[in-house]
Write a protein that binds this ligand. Sequence first.
Ligand code: AMP
Ligand code: ZN
Length: 497
Amino acid sequence: MSHAQKGPLYLTNTLTRRKEEFIPLRPPHVGLYVCGPTVYSDVHLGNVRTFTTFDLLYRWLRHLGYTVRYVRNITDVGHLVGDVDEGEDKIAKRARLEQLEPMEIVQKYTNGFHDVMRLFNILPPSIEPTATGHLIEQIEMVKRIIDAGYGYEANGSVYFDVPKFAEKHAYGELSGRRIDELQANTRDTEGMDEKRSPLDFAIWKKADPTHLMKWPSPWGEGFPGWHLECSAMSTKYLGQTFDIHGGGMDLKFPHHECEIAQSVAADGHAPVRYWMHGNMLTVNGRKMAKSEGNGFTPEELITGNHKLLEKGYSAMTVRFFMLQCHYASTLDFSNAALQAAEKGLERLMAAMDVLDKLKPAPAPDAAQDEAVKALAQRCHEAMNDDLNSPVLIAELFEGVRLINSANDGKVLLSAAAISGLQELFRAMVFDVLGLKREAQAAADDKALDGLVQVFIQMRAEAKARKDFATSDRIRDQLAAMGIVLKDTKEGTTWQRA
Ligand code: AMP
Ligand code: ZN
């Protein structure tokens, strides 16, 4: 990191609804917690947007030189269908439908989630804790909440007493809700034979005998409430007060509001200094969601095999499409926007190829050295301004114009200007935006395919005349170069090892 470019980072704190200078508690360390997926189904592109948003934050903090402990959990128990306090566990329901053990469901969809994260070049977190791996911590937290007077047991379940909590503490601050309004608007009667107030939420639920996922506790066999795991795990790994907590906007209420209340009740103070919320990916203005039937999976996206898709799009095209929008704005899915993103990304990557080969002009224009420095500064400032990736990308396209003009001999760049541009583009495009050259790899494969087909043909001819020494040599030598042939009924195909 160049110190000349150091400047304050501003982030929108959704708790205060203001852009605030980010000052970590214990620099150079930063503690970041992001709510991860509930692993009961394939992730859809909306989920990917939220994880991309926080990947961008993680990457930028690291670029600034911070040592980030990034905790992103896996919800593998306690999240009930409909996000409510009564009914079936999402994972248990899926296990029943697929006739698998709940933990097989958890493993299957956790693996799938990891594949998708890799596909979109989303970096793995430093710690990925699971709710089932932290039952003891959660039970301890329930005890502390009861001891503080904000939790009560009813028939083997434990509820958080929201009205009592609200007498002394702020409740609803994050989501901008007032307790009297909440009370007036509630029509919720689920669990009301046990709850003292409809605003109360479960922190421990009694499991009925048919329930598959349950553990012993001081209140009998049961399982933790959905909001509890994040409170227990974030503070376990990041401390009772930590820097940043993120998640999708839809988690503000009740999930994050409840997290705050739980920590304040158990530990006596608010857990998080900066709350950040990513906005939703929408389709025709409606939130992309599994229940809406408008959520496609990454696989459908790439193959184009979905009614919403005119064609397939690569993961990097989609990543670029998402980053062209500020994280706090909604992003509406459209084929036109994706096709524009595809062209834009191609132009950016093509300019980077040109930049790699650019030679300094014999009589360079010294003013361009300053222009490159100013460009780098503007890129840095865009990201420091609440992760303004659309502005960063617009600035990078200024750089693209400069690179292409230099390539045409219209602008004369010095060696310093060229290496400044190379450093800037590598840092911003690869490290910060997390884009990869996949178009190039695909183009390479296309060119390679022509060559490999010649060898496949030669091998088939050798086999036909029973010259197995030659056919085996062709196969083995290709394998040694990382090209694996596969004989199928339809003929021979190849892939990279
Ligand atoms: P879930 O597995 O449903 O708990 O969701 C995982 C993450 O994806 C959460 O942070 C949600 O806020 C986020 N999410 C769900 N739907 C969307 C969407 N349409 N756009 C952006 N983020 C979403
Ligand atoms: Zn959470």
